[in-house]
Ligand binder design. Structure first.
Ligand SMILES: *Cc1c(COP(=O)(O)O)cnc(C)c1O
Length: 394
């Protein structure tokens, strides 16, 4: 099978050729340490500053508010742990949601073990957080609200502006995990009253192992890595110059191509959803019908195990996902699908397909044709489906 159709862009993306090209000299000729005095290395200092500027511009932020990290997980850990520590004299209550990425949920659990209290907000059947619930959860000792910009499994885009306004009105810090949204939807940190924002290079056609945390000027966050004076003394360690050039170039590219690229993805995604919903019975579309990431489709096929579907799709050269990559390997259904109210047996039959701009109509036709056969084969082997079909025919 030589054909490969990659529909797992929420797990990671291909580094764009122009991004790789921009990075290469920083592995070879331009390897100097940006902290060095000689002019050979000082170019690298300028290059890092230039990437910080590019990213700041993309968010309506200032470049001294961008801190490079090793990725989305580190940014999320930093935002939660370091604000918890810095603001614990004010209070020990944090508000987040039930559908966050594990980088947030497991960090929140870690803080609970250390005496913090966390409220995990429910979401509606489409995975939306209700801003009124956020406001109702606020207590005098609330120090942080963390709500993701867009969900990585079902693609739902959250009412970030409304939540930011509430946080701002109550004088509470607001963090958003924008790892999925950054580069896919326009984001402005001032308009949304965002105090901290996490993003990651490899989710936007940049390299793995590089990300950033936006920290609004004035936020008293603790240093995350102690050592040298890099990242304004808040995150020590010699700068990952190739990675920083990678995420900076990927950001520039994502912003410049956003309109055209996401329009293409949206068109193909809508075509995929239309065909699947029309041609495969007993199927549910998960996530919000309109407020969703342009490249995300997520379905539940009744009477089917997601894992078996993935194996059959793999044999047909199609990469998809069931639940998030971090939970695959475990048999628990996705916490996100449970949070939108799906029963276990239905949540087990989920399939996430996330597109990129290279996916064509022919690709989608091939995928849907394969999917129809696979779903029908697997249902043919399912005793549950047999019972169900018998009842239908009575
Ligand atoms: C991928 C992802 C992360 C983790 O980012 P890494 O760079 O892989 O550490 C965090 N949050 C969300 C929403 C993600 O999709």
């Amino acid at each position: 099978m030589s054909k490969l159709i990659y529909l797992d862009n929420a797990a990671t993306t291909k580094t764009a050729p122009e991004v790789l090209e921009a990075m290469l000299p920083y592995f070879t000729e331009q390897y100097g340490n940006p902290s060095a005095i000689y002019s050979f290395a000082s170019h690298n200092k300028d290059v890092v500053a230039e990437q910080r500027e590019r990213i700041a511009n993309a968010l309506g932020a200032k470049s001294n508010e961008i801190y490079f990290t090793a990725g989305g997980s580190e940014s999320d850990n930093w935002a939660l742990k370091a604000t918890a520590e810095a603001y614990q004299n004010k209070g020990k209550h944090i508000i987040t949601t039930k559908i966050e990425h594990h980088a947030i949920l497991h960090t929140a659990a870690y803080l609970e073990e250390r005496g913090f209290e966390v409220t995990y907000l429910d979401v509606d059947e489409y995975g939306k957080v209700n801003p009124a619930d956020v406001e109702a959860a606020i207590r005098p000792d609330t120090i942080l609200i963390s709500v993701m910009y867009a969900n990585n499994e079902i693609g739902t885009i959250e009412p970030i502006k409304e939540i930011g306004e509430i946080a701002h009105k109550h004088g509470i810090l607001f963090h958003t995990d924008a790892v999925q949204a950054f580069g896919q939807v326009p984001i402005n940190v001032d308009e949304c009253h965002i105090d901290m924002l996490s993003a990651s290079g490899h989710k936007l056609n940049g390299p793995k192992g590089i990300g950033f945390l936006y920290i609004r000027k004035g936020v008293k966050i603790r240093s995350f890595v102690h050592g040298g004076a890099q990242e304004r003394k808040r995150r020590a360690g010699t700068e990952n110059v190739p990675g920083i050039v990678g995420i900076g170039t990927a950001t520039k590219r994502a912003i410049a191509t956003m309109e055209e690229r996401t329009a293409k993805e949206r068109e193909m995604r809508d075509y995929l959803i239309k065909r699947v919903m029309e041609e495969i019975p007993y199927t549910k579309l998960n996530g919000h019908p309109t407020d969703r990431l342009p490249n995300n489709a997520n379905f539940c096929f009744r009477f089917i195990e997601g894992e078996s579907m993935l194996i059959r799709l793999d044999m047909a050269g199609i990469c998809g996902s069931s639940g998030s990559a971090c939970t695959s390997g475990s048999l628990d259904p996705s916490h996100v699908l449970l949070a939108i109210g799906l029963p276990h047996e239905i949540a087990h039959g989920s399939l996430r397909l996330t597109l990129n701009e290279e996916i064509t109509k022919e690709d989608i036709d091939y995928v849907v044709d394969q999917l129809k056969t696979i779903v029908s084969d697997l249902r043919g082997m399912s005793p549950l489906y047999e019972d169900f079909a018998k009842k239908q025919n009575k």
